[in-house]
Design a protein around this ligand. Structure first.
Ligand SMILES: [Cu+2]
Length: 483
Protein backbone atom coordinates (compact mmCIF):
# COMPACT_ATOMS: atom_id res chain seq x y z
CA UNK A 1 0.00 0.00 0.00
CA UNK A 2 1.20 3.52 -0.65
CA UNK A 3 0.17 7.16 -0.75
CA UNK A 4 0.37 8.57 -4.29
CA UNK A 5 2.52 5.59 -5.25
CA UNK A 6 5.49 5.98 -2.89
CA UNK A 7 6.68 4.76 0.52
CA UNK A 8 7.01 7.08 2.39
CA UNK A 9 4.21 9.09 0.80
CA UNK A 10 4.68 12.67 -0.39
CA UNK A 11 5.74 15.19 2.21
CA UNK A 12 3.49 17.93 3.53
CA UNK A 13 5.36 21.17 4.08
CA UNK A 14 4.06 24.37 5.63
CA UNK A 15 4.96 27.22 7.94
CA UNK A 16 4.13 27.62 11.62
CA UNK A 17 0.69 29.20 11.89
CA UNK A 18 -0.46 28.09 8.45
CA UNK A 19 -3.86 26.60 7.95
CA UNK A 20 -3.14 23.51 5.91
CA UNK A 21 -6.03 23.64 3.53
CA UNK A 22 -6.86 21.37 1.97
CA UNK A 23 -5.72 17.76 1.93
CA UNK A 24 -7.90 15.52 -0.21
CA UNK A 25 -7.73 11.86 0.78
CA UNK A 26 -9.23 9.51 -1.78
CA UNK A 27 -9.52 5.83 -0.97
CA UNK A 28 -8.49 3.98 -4.14
CA UNK A 29 -8.42 0.59 -2.46
CA UNK A 30 -11.05 -2.09 -2.84
CA UNK A 31 -13.39 -4.26 -0.86
CA UNK A 32 -13.38 -3.70 2.88
CA UNK A 33 -10.30 -1.49 3.00
CA UNK A 34 -11.57 1.65 4.63
CA UNK A 35 -9.08 4.33 5.55
CA UNK A 36 -8.57 7.52 7.53
CA UNK A 37 -5.46 9.67 7.80
CA UNK A 38 -4.26 10.84 11.20
CA UNK A 39 -1.89 13.81 11.49
CA UNK A 40 0.31 12.56 14.31
CA UNK A 41 1.08 15.20 16.93
CA UNK A 42 -1.02 17.91 15.30
CA UNK A 43 -2.96 19.55 18.12
CA UNK A 44 -6.28 19.89 16.26
CA UNK A 45 -7.22 22.61 18.72
CA UNK A 46 -11.04 22.81 18.44
CA UNK A 47 -10.84 20.70 15.25
CA UNK A 48 -11.30 17.22 16.71
CA UNK A 49 -13.24 16.15 13.58
CA UNK A 50 -10.00 16.48 11.52
CA UNK A 51 -8.05 13.97 13.64
CA UNK A 52 -8.60 11.13 11.19
CA UNK A 53 -9.28 8.21 13.53
CA UNK A 54 -11.89 5.64 12.46
CA UNK A 55 -14.10 4.63 15.43
CA UNK A 56 -13.23 7.87 17.26
CA UNK A 57 -13.53 10.94 15.03
CA UNK A 58 -14.89 9.53 11.78
CA UNK A 59 -16.10 6.42 9.99
CA UNK A 60 -13.60 4.82 7.65
CA UNK A 61 -13.48 6.44 4.22
CA UNK A 62 -15.08 3.82 1.96
CA UNK A 63 -13.38 2.56 -1.18
CA UNK A 64 -14.13 5.11 -3.90
CA UNK A 65 -15.03 7.81 -1.37
CA UNK A 66 -12.99 10.88 -0.38
CA UNK A 67 -12.57 13.14 2.61
CA UNK A 68 -10.94 16.54 2.78
CA UNK A 69 -8.92 17.45 5.87
CA UNK A 70 -8.01 20.97 7.04
CA UNK A 71 -5.97 21.83 10.11
CA UNK A 72 -3.80 24.56 11.58
CA UNK A 73 -0.09 24.15 12.25
CA UNK A 74 0.00 25.51 15.81
CA UNK A 75 3.37 23.93 16.59
CA UNK A 76 6.49 23.56 14.45
CA UNK A 77 9.06 20.94 13.67
CA UNK A 78 8.88 17.40 12.33
CA UNK A 79 6.04 14.95 12.36
CA UNK A 80 4.20 12.51 10.13
CA UNK A 81 0.82 11.38 8.90
CA UNK A 82 -0.37 7.80 8.77
CA UNK A 83 -3.46 5.71 8.28
CA UNK A 84 -5.27 4.92 11.52
CA UNK A 85 -7.28 2.11 9.93
CA UNK A 86 -6.27 -1.41 10.90
CA UNK A 87 -2.62 -2.16 10.01
CA UNK A 88 -2.40 0.04 6.88
CA UNK A 89 0.19 2.44 8.31
CA UNK A 90 2.72 -0.39 8.45
CA UNK A 91 2.04 -1.43 4.89
CA UNK A 92 3.21 2.00 3.73
CA UNK A 93 0.32 4.43 4.25
CA UNK A 94 2.39 7.16 5.89
CA UNK A 95 4.51 10.17 5.05
CA UNK A 96 6.39 13.13 6.55
CA UNK A 97 5.12 16.53 7.70
CA UNK A 98 7.51 19.48 8.00
CA UNK A 99 6.34 22.63 9.76
CA UNK A 100 8.93 25.35 9.36
CA UNK A 101 9.60 27.58 12.37
CA UNK A 102 12.31 28.56 14.80
CA UNK A 103 14.94 26.03 15.90
CA UNK A 104 16.88 25.86 19.15
CA UNK A 105 20.14 25.03 17.37
CA UNK A 106 21.87 26.27 14.23
CA UNK A 107 22.49 24.26 11.09
CA UNK A 108 23.43 24.99 7.49
CA UNK A 109 21.33 22.53 5.51
CA UNK A 110 17.96 20.87 6.14
CA UNK A 111 18.32 17.30 4.88
CA UNK A 112 14.65 16.66 5.57
CA UNK A 113 13.10 13.54 6.99
CA UNK A 114 14.66 10.18 7.63
CA UNK A 115 11.84 7.77 8.42
CA UNK A 116 12.86 4.55 10.17
CA UNK A 117 10.49 1.71 9.34
CA UNK A 118 10.40 -2.03 9.82
CA UNK A 119 9.41 -4.37 7.05
CA UNK A 120 8.52 -7.94 6.27
CA UNK A 121 8.06 -9.88 3.07
CA UNK A 122 4.68 -11.00 4.32
CA UNK A 123 2.20 -8.21 4.89
CA UNK A 124 1.31 -7.04 8.38
CA UNK A 125 -2.19 -8.35 7.71
CA UNK A 126 -0.79 -11.82 7.02
CA UNK A 127 1.24 -11.67 10.23
CA UNK A 128 -1.62 -10.42 12.38
CA UNK A 129 -3.01 -13.85 13.17
CA UNK A 130 0.42 -14.98 14.41
CA UNK A 131 0.66 -11.79 16.50
CA UNK A 132 -2.74 -12.47 18.03
CA UNK A 133 -2.10 -16.10 18.89
CA UNK A 134 1.63 -16.38 19.53
CA UNK A 135 2.87 -12.86 20.15
CA UNK A 136 4.91 -10.42 18.12
CA UNK A 137 6.34 -12.03 14.97
CA UNK A 138 9.96 -11.67 13.91
CA UNK A 139 10.23 -9.11 11.11
CA UNK A 140 12.51 -9.47 8.10
CA UNK A 141 14.13 -6.09 7.67
CA UNK A 142 14.04 -2.35 8.27
CA UNK A 143 13.93 0.61 5.91
CA UNK A 144 15.43 4.10 5.86
CA UNK A 145 13.05 6.34 3.90
CA UNK A 146 11.66 3.20 2.27
CA UNK A 147 15.05 1.78 1.26
CA UNK A 148 17.44 -0.96 2.29
CA UNK A 149 19.16 -4.04 0.90
CA UNK A 150 18.15 -7.64 1.41
CA UNK A 151 20.17 -10.80 1.01
CA UNK A 152 17.78 -13.01 -0.96
CA UNK A 153 19.49 -16.43 -0.81
CA UNK A 154 22.86 -14.98 -1.81
CA UNK A 155 21.58 -12.29 -4.17
CA UNK A 156 21.71 -8.76 -2.77
CA UNK A 157 18.52 -6.94 -3.73
CA UNK A 158 17.41 -3.34 -3.18
CA UNK A 159 19.56 -0.31 -2.50
CA UNK A 160 20.61 1.72 0.51
CA UNK A 161 19.52 5.20 1.50
CA UNK A 162 22.46 7.55 0.94
CA UNK A 163 23.14 11.20 1.58
CA UNK A 164 26.05 13.49 0.68
CA UNK A 165 27.61 16.15 2.87
CA UNK A 166 30.27 18.84 2.47
CA UNK A 167 33.06 18.92 4.99
CA UNK A 168 32.54 21.72 7.49
CA UNK A 169 28.79 22.10 7.03
CA UNK A 170 26.07 21.07 9.48
CA UNK A 171 22.89 19.20 8.62
CA UNK A 172 19.46 18.86 10.21
CA UNK A 173 17.89 15.41 10.03
CA UNK A 174 14.27 14.83 10.99
CA UNK A 175 13.98 11.32 12.47
CA UNK A 176 10.68 9.46 12.86
CA UNK A 177 10.20 5.87 13.97
CA UNK A 178 7.30 4.58 11.84
CA UNK A 179 7.75 0.92 12.80
CA UNK A 180 4.96 -1.50 13.72
CA UNK A 181 7.05 -3.16 16.44
CA UNK A 182 10.66 -1.94 16.47
CA UNK A 183 12.43 0.24 19.01
CA UNK A 184 15.46 1.69 17.20
CA UNK A 185 18.79 3.02 18.27
CA UNK A 186 20.11 5.36 15.58
CA UNK A 187 23.56 6.76 14.96
CA UNK A 188 26.13 7.67 12.32
CA UNK A 189 29.60 6.17 12.73
CA UNK A 190 32.27 8.69 13.83
CA UNK A 191 29.69 11.52 14.03
CA UNK A 192 27.65 12.90 16.91
CA UNK A 193 24.02 13.99 16.98
CA UNK A 194 22.99 17.29 18.52
CA UNK A 195 19.34 16.85 19.49
CA UNK A 196 17.26 20.03 19.07
CA UNK A 197 13.66 18.81 19.25
CA UNK A 198 11.55 15.91 20.52
CA UNK A 199 8.20 15.37 18.83
CA UNK A 200 7.04 18.95 18.05
CA UNK A 201 8.83 20.54 21.02
CA UNK A 202 12.22 22.32 20.66
CA UNK A 203 14.62 21.40 23.45
CA UNK A 204 17.81 22.79 24.92
CA UNK A 205 20.33 21.10 22.60
CA UNK A 206 22.33 18.15 23.90
CA UNK A 207 24.80 15.92 22.11
CA UNK A 208 24.88 12.14 21.94
CA UNK A 209 26.48 9.51 19.73
CA UNK A 210 23.45 7.18 19.60
CA UNK A 211 19.78 8.07 20.10
CA UNK A 212 16.91 5.85 21.26
CA UNK A 213 13.75 6.41 19.25
CA UNK A 214 10.57 4.52 19.93
CA UNK A 215 7.58 4.08 17.65
CA UNK A 216 5.70 7.31 16.96
CA UNK A 217 8.47 9.49 18.40
CA UNK A 218 10.42 12.08 16.45
CA UNK A 219 13.79 13.67 17.11
CA UNK A 220 15.38 16.49 15.15
CA UNK A 221 19.16 16.18 15.18
CA UNK A 222 22.02 18.24 13.77
CA UNK A 223 25.02 16.40 12.34
CA UNK A 224 28.30 18.27 11.90
CA UNK A 225 30.27 17.05 8.89
CA UNK A 226 33.51 17.24 10.84
CA UNK A 227 35.35 14.18 9.51
CA UNK A 228 36.88 15.82 6.43
CA UNK A 229 36.31 12.97 4.02
CA UNK A 230 35.22 9.37 3.72
CA UNK A 231 32.12 7.13 3.77
CA UNK A 232 30.25 6.32 6.99
CA UNK A 233 27.52 3.90 7.98
CA UNK A 234 24.20 5.35 9.09
CA UNK A 235 22.72 2.75 11.44
CA UNK A 236 19.23 1.95 12.70
CA UNK A 237 19.43 -1.02 15.05
CA UNK A 238 16.31 -2.79 16.39
CA UNK A 239 16.72 -3.28 20.13
CA UNK A 240 16.56 -6.98 20.87
CA UNK A 241 15.04 -6.71 24.35
CA UNK A 242 11.74 -5.60 22.79
CA UNK A 243 12.06 -6.02 18.98
CA UNK A 244 12.67 -9.08 16.84
CA UNK A 245 14.24 -8.68 13.41
CA UNK A 246 16.20 -10.96 11.07
CA UNK A 247 18.38 -8.17 9.70
CA UNK A 248 19.35 -6.33 12.87
CA UNK A 249 22.92 -5.58 11.85
CA UNK A 250 22.25 -4.44 8.31
CA UNK A 251 19.59 -1.75 8.43
CA UNK A 252 22.01 0.86 7.22
CA UNK A 253 22.41 3.85 4.99
CA UNK A 254 25.55 5.68 3.92
CA UNK A 255 26.79 9.22 4.54
CA UNK A 256 29.38 10.31 1.98
CA UNK A 257 31.69 13.32 1.84
CA UNK A 258 32.48 12.60 -1.81
CA UNK A 259 29.29 12.18 -3.83
CA UNK A 260 31.11 10.26 -6.53
CA UNK A 261 32.17 7.52 -4.11
CA UNK A 262 30.45 4.17 -4.44
CA UNK A 263 32.51 2.40 -1.79
CA UNK A 264 30.92 0.62 1.15
CA UNK A 265 32.03 2.24 4.42
CA UNK A 266 34.40 0.30 6.65
CA UNK A 267 33.53 2.21 9.82
CA UNK A 268 32.61 0.62 13.16
CA UNK A 269 29.51 1.25 15.30
CA UNK A 270 29.50 3.01 18.66
CA UNK A 271 29.56 0.58 21.58
CA UNK A 272 26.35 2.16 22.93
CA UNK A 273 24.50 0.09 20.31
CA UNK A 274 25.33 -2.98 22.44
CA UNK A 275 22.95 -1.87 25.18
CA UNK A 276 19.71 -3.38 23.96
CA UNK A 277 17.27 -1.92 26.49
CA UNK A 278 14.15 -0.24 25.12
CA UNK A 279 14.09 3.07 26.94
CA UNK A 280 13.66 6.74 26.12
CA UNK A 281 16.51 9.19 25.93
CA UNK A 282 17.69 10.20 29.45
CA UNK A 283 14.88 12.12 31.09
CA UNK A 284 17.27 14.86 32.28
CA UNK A 285 18.41 15.53 28.68
CA UNK A 286 14.91 16.37 27.45
CA UNK A 287 14.51 19.98 28.56
CA UNK A 288 12.00 22.05 26.57
CA UNK A 289 13.56 25.25 25.26
CA UNK A 290 10.38 27.22 25.96
CA UNK A 291 9.68 26.68 29.64
CA UNK A 292 6.15 25.61 30.54
CA UNK A 293 5.13 24.05 33.84
CA UNK A 294 1.88 22.35 34.85
CA UNK A 295 0.00 23.40 37.95
CA UNK A 296 -1.52 20.99 40.44
CA UNK A 297 -4.44 18.88 39.27
CA UNK A 298 -7.96 19.98 40.16
CA UNK A 299 -8.85 16.44 41.15
CA UNK A 300 -7.14 13.09 41.36
CA UNK A 301 -6.47 11.41 38.04
CA UNK A 302 -6.86 7.74 37.28
CA UNK A 303 -4.30 5.07 37.66
CA UNK A 304 -4.10 3.32 34.29
CA UNK A 305 -2.77 -0.19 34.62
CA UNK A 306 -1.60 -1.84 31.37
CA UNK A 307 -1.91 -5.63 31.18
CA UNK A 308 -2.21 -8.37 28.62
CA UNK A 309 -4.68 -11.22 28.68
CA UNK A 310 -6.48 -13.51 26.28
CA UNK A 311 -10.01 -13.70 24.90
CA UNK A 312 -10.87 -16.84 22.95
CA UNK A 313 -7.15 -17.63 22.84
CA UNK A 314 -6.35 -14.29 21.18
CA UNK A 315 -4.10 -11.78 22.90
CA UNK A 316 -5.91 -8.68 24.10
CA UNK A 317 -4.34 -5.71 25.82
CA UNK A 318 -6.06 -3.92 28.67
CA UNK A 319 -5.87 -0.54 30.30
CA UNK A 320 -7.55 -0.64 33.72
CA UNK A 321 -9.04 -4.02 32.82
CA UNK A 322 -10.76 -2.66 29.71
CA UNK A 323 -9.75 -3.65 26.20
CA UNK A 324 -10.68 -1.12 23.57
CA UNK A 325 -13.14 -2.28 20.92
CA UNK A 326 -15.28 0.25 19.08
CA UNK A 327 -17.14 -0.40 15.82
CA UNK A 328 -15.80 1.53 12.85
CA UNK A 329 -19.30 2.62 11.85
CA UNK A 330 -20.13 4.20 15.20
CA UNK A 331 -17.36 6.67 16.00
CA UNK A 332 -17.36 8.40 19.38
CA UNK A 333 -17.72 11.83 17.84
CA UNK A 334 -20.91 10.76 16.04
CA UNK A 335 -22.32 9.52 19.36
CA UNK A 336 -21.48 12.87 20.95
CA UNK A 337 -23.15 14.73 18.07
CA UNK A 338 -26.23 12.55 18.65
CA UNK A 339 -26.17 13.17 22.41
CA UNK A 340 -25.69 9.48 23.01
CA UNK A 341 -22.98 9.54 25.62
CA UNK A 342 -23.59 6.33 27.51
CA UNK A 343 -20.23 4.62 27.28
CA UNK A 344 -19.51 0.91 27.56
CA UNK A 345 -16.39 -0.71 28.96
CA UNK A 346 -15.14 -1.48 25.47
CA UNK A 347 -15.48 2.21 24.49
CA UNK A 348 -13.12 2.87 27.40
CA UNK A 349 -13.98 6.53 27.74
CA UNK A 350 -12.67 8.74 30.52
CA UNK A 351 -14.69 11.95 30.53
CA UNK A 352 -12.93 15.17 31.41
CA UNK A 353 -15.37 17.97 32.15
CA UNK A 354 -12.94 20.39 33.78
CA UNK A 355 -12.22 23.54 31.75
CA UNK A 356 -8.57 24.56 31.35
CA UNK A 357 -7.39 22.53 34.27
CA UNK A 358 -4.49 20.15 34.67
CA UNK A 359 -5.19 16.43 34.84
CA UNK A 360 -2.63 13.88 35.98
CA UNK A 361 -2.53 10.20 35.07
CA UNK A 362 -0.30 7.37 36.19
CA UNK A 363 0.27 4.76 33.48
CA UNK A 364 1.95 1.65 34.80
CA UNK A 365 2.61 -1.97 33.99
CA UNK A 366 3.84 -4.90 36.03
CA UNK A 367 4.65 -6.85 32.87
CA UNK A 368 7.91 -7.05 30.98
CA UNK A 369 6.87 -5.27 27.79
CA UNK A 370 7.53 -1.55 27.19
CA UNK A 371 4.91 0.51 25.31
CA UNK A 372 5.26 3.80 23.40
CA UNK A 373 2.14 5.62 24.62
CA UNK A 374 0.76 8.30 22.30
CA UNK A 375 -1.95 10.86 23.07
CA UNK A 376 -3.94 12.70 20.41
CA UNK A 377 -4.87 16.38 20.66
CA UNK A 378 -2.32 17.30 23.32
CA UNK A 379 1.29 17.44 24.27
CA UNK A 380 1.62 16.03 27.77
CA UNK A 381 4.14 16.70 30.47
CA UNK A 382 6.14 13.76 31.77
CA UNK A 383 6.20 14.28 35.52
CA UNK A 384 7.97 11.08 36.47
CA UNK A 385 9.03 7.78 34.98
CA UNK A 386 10.82 4.74 36.30
CA UNK A 387 11.31 1.03 35.89
CA UNK A 388 10.03 0.12 39.32
CA UNK A 389 6.56 -0.33 40.76
CA UNK A 390 4.82 3.04 41.10
CA UNK A 391 3.84 4.28 44.50
CA UNK A 392 2.48 7.62 45.56
CA UNK A 393 5.74 8.68 47.21
CA UNK A 394 7.35 9.10 43.76
CA UNK A 395 8.45 12.73 43.40
CA UNK A 396 6.83 14.59 40.51
CA UNK A 397 8.82 17.08 38.45
CA UNK A 398 6.55 20.03 37.66
CA UNK A 399 9.33 22.49 36.77
CA UNK A 400 9.42 22.60 32.96
CA UNK A 401 9.34 18.79 32.64
CA UNK A 402 9.73 17.13 29.25
CA UNK A 403 6.59 17.56 27.14
CA UNK A 404 5.80 15.64 23.99
CA UNK A 405 3.10 13.40 22.49
CA UNK A 406 4.71 9.93 22.71
CA UNK A 407 6.48 8.47 25.75
CA UNK A 408 7.86 5.04 26.54
CA UNK A 409 6.15 3.24 29.39
CA UNK A 410 9.15 1.27 30.66
CA UNK A 411 9.00 -2.46 31.25
CA UNK A 412 7.73 -3.22 34.78
CA UNK A 413 7.52 0.52 35.32
CA UNK A 414 5.45 3.66 35.23
CA UNK A 415 5.11 7.07 33.72
CA UNK A 416 3.14 9.96 35.20
CA UNK A 417 1.73 12.41 32.66
CA UNK A 418 -0.23 15.64 32.87
CA UNK A 419 -2.08 17.70 30.32
CA UNK A 420 -4.29 20.76 30.22
CA UNK A 421 -7.97 20.36 29.35
CA UNK A 422 -7.92 23.11 26.73
CA UNK A 423 -9.13 21.13 23.73
CA UNK A 424 -12.70 19.80 23.57
CA UNK A 425 -12.95 16.55 21.67
CA UNK A 426 -12.63 12.77 21.71
CA UNK A 427 -8.92 12.00 21.90
CA UNK A 428 -7.42 8.58 21.58
CA UNK A 429 -4.55 7.50 23.79
CA UNK A 430 -2.90 4.28 22.69
CA UNK A 431 0.22 2.21 22.43
CA UNK A 432 1.96 2.83 19.08
CA UNK A 433 3.00 -0.80 18.65
CA UNK A 434 0.73 -1.72 15.74
CA UNK A 435 -0.17 -5.15 17.07
CA UNK A 436 -1.03 -3.75 20.48
CA UNK A 437 -3.28 -0.99 19.11
CA UNK A 438 -5.22 -3.55 17.12
CA UNK A 439 -5.35 -5.83 20.17
CA UNK A 440 -7.06 -3.15 22.25
CA UNK A 441 -4.29 -1.17 23.99
CA UNK A 442 -6.16 2.09 23.63
CA UNK A 443 -8.60 4.36 25.45
CA UNK A 444 -10.14 7.73 24.81
CA UNK A 445 -10.54 10.95 26.69
CA UNK A 446 -13.82 12.69 25.97
CA UNK A 447 -12.86 16.21 26.89
CA UNK A 448 -15.46 18.89 27.59
CA UNK A 449 -18.15 17.12 25.54
CA UNK A 450 -20.73 19.90 25.96
CA UNK A 451 -18.42 22.28 24.08
CA UNK A 452 -17.50 20.02 21.17
CA UNK A 453 -20.29 21.50 19.06
CA UNK A 454 -21.35 20.28 15.64
CA UNK A 455 -18.61 21.59 13.34
CA UNK A 456 -17.76 18.89 10.87
CA UNK A 457 -20.97 16.94 11.39
CA UNK A 458 -22.10 17.07 7.74
CA UNK A 459 -18.78 15.72 6.57
CA UNK A 460 -18.71 13.07 9.27
CA UNK A 461 -22.24 11.96 8.37
CA UNK A 462 -21.54 11.73 4.65
CA UNK A 463 -18.37 9.67 5.20
CA UNK A 464 -20.37 7.38 7.51
CA UNK A 465 -23.22 7.09 4.99
CA UNK A 466 -20.77 6.02 2.27
CA UNK A 467 -19.12 3.54 4.64
CA UNK A 468 -22.49 2.11 5.74
CA UNK A 469 -23.47 1.64 2.08
CA UNK A 470 -20.16 -0.11 1.43
CA UNK A 471 -20.63 -2.42 4.42
CA UNK A 472 -24.09 -3.32 3.07
CA UNK A 473 -22.75 -4.56 -0.24
CA UNK A 474 -19.39 -5.96 0.91
CA UNK A 475 -19.15 -8.59 3.61
CA UNK A 476 -16.93 -6.82 6.16
CA UNK A 477 -15.92 -8.23 9.50
CA UNK A 478 -14.00 -5.98 11.88
CA UNK A 479 -11.24 -8.12 13.33
CA UNK A 480 -9.46 -5.51 15.40
CA UNK A 481 -10.09 -2.87 18.04
CA UNK A 482 -11.24 -0.24 15.54
CA UNK A 483 -8.05 1.79 15.72
CU1 LIG B 1 2.18 -1.72 23.41
Amino acid sequence: MAVNGTIPGPGIECNWGDTVAVIHVTNSMTNGNGTGIHWHGIRQNWTNYEDGVPSVTQCPIAPGDSKTYTWRATAYGSTWYHSHFSLQAWEGVFGPITIHGPASGNYDVDLGHLMLSDWSHQTSFEKYSFAQTQGPPTLDNGLLNGQNVWNNSGTIEGSRWETNVSSGSSYRLRLTNTGIDTHYKFGIDNHTLTVIAMDLVPIVPYTTDVIDINMGQRYDVVVNADQGSGDYWVRAVPQSSCSSNNNTDDIRGILRYDASSTADPTTAPYTKFNNTLCVDEPYASLVPYMSDSPASPSSGGDDLDVTVGAVNDLFKWYISNKTYDVPWENPTLLSIYNNDTTWTDSDHVVELDQVNEYVYFVIETSQGVPHPMHLHGHDFWILATGNTTYDSSVALNTDNPPRRDTVTLPTIGYVVIAFLTDNPGAWLMHCHIGWHTSEGLAMQFVERPSEIGTSGIDDLQSVCDAWDAHVEEADIEQDDSGV
